[in-house]
Ligand binder design. Structure first.
Ligand SMILES: Nc1nc2c(ncn2[C@@H]2O[C@H](COP(=O)(O)OP(=O)(O)O)[C@@H](O)[C@H]2O)c(=O)[nH]1
Ligand SMILES: [Mg+2]
Ligand SMILES: [Zn+2]
Length: 295
């Protein structure tokens, strides 16, 4: 037993126990009493100070300030979200992708667009997949049967705390298996403690990567609301296509919808902002406008 506090990160929370990783070791910790009353709770991803008690056990003494906090799934300090969409089976839900890009931007998390099941591409043309890269997003194509994009994704995940997100069936869990030789804790005691085998994605857990960093799987979902305090200015700010012509519309508060002389609509007309993606922007905007009317 030592009085020295260790810096760690909560990689899993389960049944009142908190699994804290310090270097290559994971401690099974309880919380110091006053932390149990903390309003937002203690979350996976929280950086903590802990006291080791021996036997691989410990006590979490302090939660360090959070960089951000996610509600669904519940996690803290997520830096990057890998938004996974299958090129086929299930067919791409572009509305969901655009919505996720907005939600991730709102949460202050860096998005990465991952088009999986690359082997199922039939069309040689990658349109409309390429419009995301052209818009300025980081895009990776993956395929689990030929390790397509494996190294690229490992590099993207390196030294960051990331989460996989996207509808179910697109291959989020398969992709994690593909990159698992990059997962640090694949054998031995620690991985048993983390219960990787049984891990169904209801509880978030951070899987440590051999190259440094962590990645969390997450359950699939199909419907997410825009946050209550989202504004039309904020919404527009998550579109790199709109950002590039910011301030060039005739009206200052232009929502790039029904206003005349709109620089964004000019981009759409000249094909520089994909028309379908613009139309999905309008759907999200209308969602916000309807909400304003209701209150
Ligand atoms: N053809 C093909 N199938 C894949 C690929 N990735 C995943 N799958 C399959 O898609 C199905 C759903 O995968 P899963 O990882 O469970 O998706 P999740 O719900 O997003 O976690 C499984 O049958 C996988 O074998 C891929 O790159 N190519
Ligand atoms: Mg899964
Ligand atoms: Zn405009």
């Amino acid at each position: 037993m030592s009085d020295k506090l260790l810096n760690g990160i909560i990689v899993k929370a389960f049944g009142g126990f908190y699994f804290v990783q310090v270097g290559n070791q994971v401690y099974n910790c309880s919380l110091r009493g006053r932390l149990k009353k903390a309003e937002a709770g203690v979350l996976v991803g929280d950086k903590v100070l802990m006291q080791a008690l021996g036997n691989g056990e410990g006590v979490v003494e302090e939660i360090l300030p959070r960089q951000n906090q996610l509600l669904r799934p519940k996690a803290a300090n997520i830096e990057q979200a890998v938004l996974v969409i299958a090129v086929r089976d299930p067919s791409p839900d572009w509305m969901l992708l655009d919505r996720l890009l907005v939600l991730v931007g709102y949460a202050g998390i860096e998005p990465v667009v991952c088009f999986n099941k690359e082997d199922l591409f039939t069309d040689l043309s990658r349109f409309p997949f390429d419009i995301y890269k052209e818009a300025g997003f980081r895009v990776v194509f993956t395929g689990i049967h030929n390790n397509k994009g494996k190294e690229e994704l490992q590099n993207i995940l390196k030294n960051k705390i990331s989460i996989m997100a996207g509808p179910s069936g697109v291959g989020k869990t398969s992709i994690l298996n593909m990159i698992q030789d990059g997962l640090a804790l694949t054998t031995g005691e620690i991985s048993n403690k983390l219960g990787r085998g049984k891990h169904t994605t209801r509880h978030v857990q951070l899987l440590p990567l051999a190259c440094g960093g962590w990645v969390a799987d997450s359950p699939g979902f199909s419907r997410l609301d825009l946050p209550q305090d989202m504004t039309k200015e904020l919404l527009a700010s998550y579109y790199p296509e709109i950002r590039q012509v910011l301030g060039k519309c005739r009206f200052d508060g232009c929502s790039h919808y029904k206003e005349p002389d709109c620089a964004v609509k000019k981009l759409v007309a000249t094909g520089k902002f994909n028309k379908e993606r613009y139309e999905r922007y309008i759907m999200l905007l209308e969602e916000l406008l309807e909400r304003e009317e209701r209150y």
